[in-house]
Ligand binder design. Structure first.
Ligand code: F6P
Length: 550
């Protein structure tokens, strides 16, 4: 074990990193850059057209050696192998973790429970291709014979965020005449706002739910089913509803023809499922050929991850940098800032991926951990966020490591917009790293003609501590292949961190308690049960809601 274990023992690599932290915490990145003009080249990795520049991190060779020793000590190479071999690394649910099989383009078998999962995966992929082509080319029509042009994905969490994020990221590749909509929230507004725009005759509903028991999805699906049946009658359902799920029984119970079901399996976690049948709306939106490119991009990253030595392994390096800040600098947060409008939903997608995976407190030996695990992730599209929370990133007392993501070429090269955008992303990471000393700020003020008193009054406010870390992920263009690589990069990064922290990144029991309590409260709000057994705050809020709704 590592870190503060039950018996308070710290491992060798952990102790070494603690002493590295003591040596390193005062070292300024700007001095490291000044001393070594090869720093950027040394701390840059490339996979295909995706470049990671991690030189603006608070690291040197000794720190990196310490972090890599931690990865070795934690047996990371064997753990990567175990995932690809279908070992049941999701041990609390006794499941393999094989989202990598969904994009396995090698033609080789991948095993779960000793059985090759590739034939079933390829069978569903073919079904997705045939169906998405049939919708796109108008062969699969609505009940009244009209082309289905409005595609509505009803799902939540992993059954929503991946498809939304990818569809938006690849908007430039959307098939002409196809419109995609997403209903996730139980708030009736989500349903109402989408349905108001639609014509039942041209609408296809995709009900996406791994378990097919999620209350939000089933409630939204029932409302949409009713809307369709009211307009076109019960017989229309087969032509307007398909299901994506692992749970055939519940799909049938809901009233969807099992022939219209696209299956996936328990070895695919919800937040890792966009590569599975859950990606059906992506296939319809951008064409199956682009969905395949997405899979190919992810496969390229998988192969890199599986075969590259730790020191050159992009997901491993990103994971270790995150651990360096999280566990040694005690910085328990980071931001992901894509400088690409089409990637605006990437931070929300990564929030689930990271925080649902690594927001855990019990280790694999059944002990409550005594060290920090998953960080808080937030973000938004640049440059917008520069005008909102970047003030804190530059001058606040909290340090927030940032992942900047930028494509060198935009899908919309209008005037010099993209050059301005790119100059901003580079400027932000430079500013965070370099900062501006009080003396430099004073000098600037003097040069701007301020008198001595004004200089004294303002110089601290105008200074930037700097030494704030960031990664820059630069690619040529955000196409399906690059996007696939990018998503797989984060998946693997998060997996490595979970393995170093000795937690299970593949269950999500923390979402259950709230669901359970909501089920108790619902009949109390509906007036079919008395509110009992709550704290006084919950009781009085129930009372207030009832009073407002009278
Ligand atoms: O509540 C969390 C969660 O279980 C996620 O892990 C999952 O992505 C989401 O709900 C939706 O679940 P389902 O696809 O089974 O409807």
């Amino acid at each position: 074990m590592f870190g503060l274990h039950k018996n308070k023992e710290k491992t060798k690599a952990w102790k070494k990193l603690e002493s590295e932290y003591k040596r390193f915490r005062k070292i300024e990145m700007r001095d490291l850059f000044a001393a070594d003009n090869k720093r950027a080249a040394k701390y840059t990795l490339r996979v295909d057209d995706l470049i990671l520049d991690y030189s603006k991190n608070r690291i040197d060779d000794k720190v990196m050696a310490g972090l890599l020793a931690l990865a070795e000590e934690r047996g990371i190479p064997a753990k990567i192998k175990a995932m690809f071999e279908g070992k049941k690394i999701n041990y609390t649910e006794n499941r393999s973790v094989l989202h990598v099989a969904l994009r396995n383009r090698s033609g080789q078998a991948m095993l779960s429970d000793g059985k090759d999962v590739m034939p079933q995966i390829n069978e569903v992929l073919l079904k997705m291709k045939n169906f998405s082509d049939a919708v796109r080319f108008g062969k699969f029509k609505g009940y009244t014979g009209k082309k289905l042009t409005n595609i509505v994905n009803i799902g939540i969490g992993g059954s929503d965020l991946g498809p939304v994020m990818v569809c938006e990221a690849l908007r430039k590749y959307w098939i002409k005449g196809i419109n995609c909509y997403f209903i996730s929230n139980i708030d009736g507004t989500a349903c109402a706002e989408v349905l108001n725009k639609l014509d039942p005759e041209t609408t296809l509903f995709i009900i996406a739910s791994k378990t097919f028991t999620t209350i939000e999805t089933l409630t939204n699906a029932k409302t949409c089913r009713k809307w369709l049946v009211n307009a076109l009658g019960e017989h229309a359902v087969d032509k307007h509803f398909v299901a994506l799920s692992t749970n055939r029984e519940e799909v049938i119970k809901f009233g969807i023809n099992p022939e219209n079901m696209f299956e996936f399996w328990d070895f695919v976690g919800g937040r890792y499922s966009l590569w599975s049948a859950i990606g059906l709306i992506i296939c319809i939106a951008v064409g199956f050929e682009n969905f395949e490119k997405l899979l190919e991009g992810a496969y390229a990253m998988d192969e890199h991850f599986r075969t590259a030595p730790l020191a050159e392994n992009m997901p491993v390096i990103m994971a270790l940098l995150g651990i360096w800040y999280n566990n040694f600098f005690n910085i328990h947060r980071y931001a992901v800032i894509p400088y690409d409008q089409y990637l605006q939903y990437l931070p929300a997608y990564l929030q689930q991926l990271d925080m649902e995976s690594n927001g855990k407190s019990v280790d694999r030996e059944n002990n409550f951990v005594k060290y920090a695990t998953g960080p808080v992730l937030f973000g938004g599209a640049g440059t917008n966020v520069q005008h909102s929370f970047f003030q804190l990133l530059h001058q606040g007392t909290e340090i927030v490591p940032v992942d900047f993501i930028a494509p060198a070429i935009s899908h919309n090269e209008i005037g010099n917009h993209h050059q301005i955008l790119l100059s901003n992303v580079l400027a932000q990471s430079e500013a965070l790293m370099r900062g501006k000393t009080v003396a430099e700020a004073a000098e600037e003020l003097r040069k701007a003609g301020k008198d001595k008193e004004e200089v004294e009054a303002l110089k601290k406010y105008k200074s930037f501590s700097g030494n704030r870390p960031s990664n820059t992920l630069l690619c040529k263009k955000i196409d399906a292949f690059t996007l696939g690589m990018l998503i797989a990069l984060y998946e693997h990064k998060i997996f490595i961190q979970g393995m170093v922290w000795n937690i299970n990144s593949f269950d999500q029991m923390g979402v259950e308690l709230g669901k359970q309590l909501a089920l108790n409260i619902l009949p109390e709000l509906e007036g079919t049960a008395f509110a009992v057994n709550h704290d006084s705050s919950t009781l009085s809020l129930i009372k207030a809601i009832k009073a407002f709704r009278k």
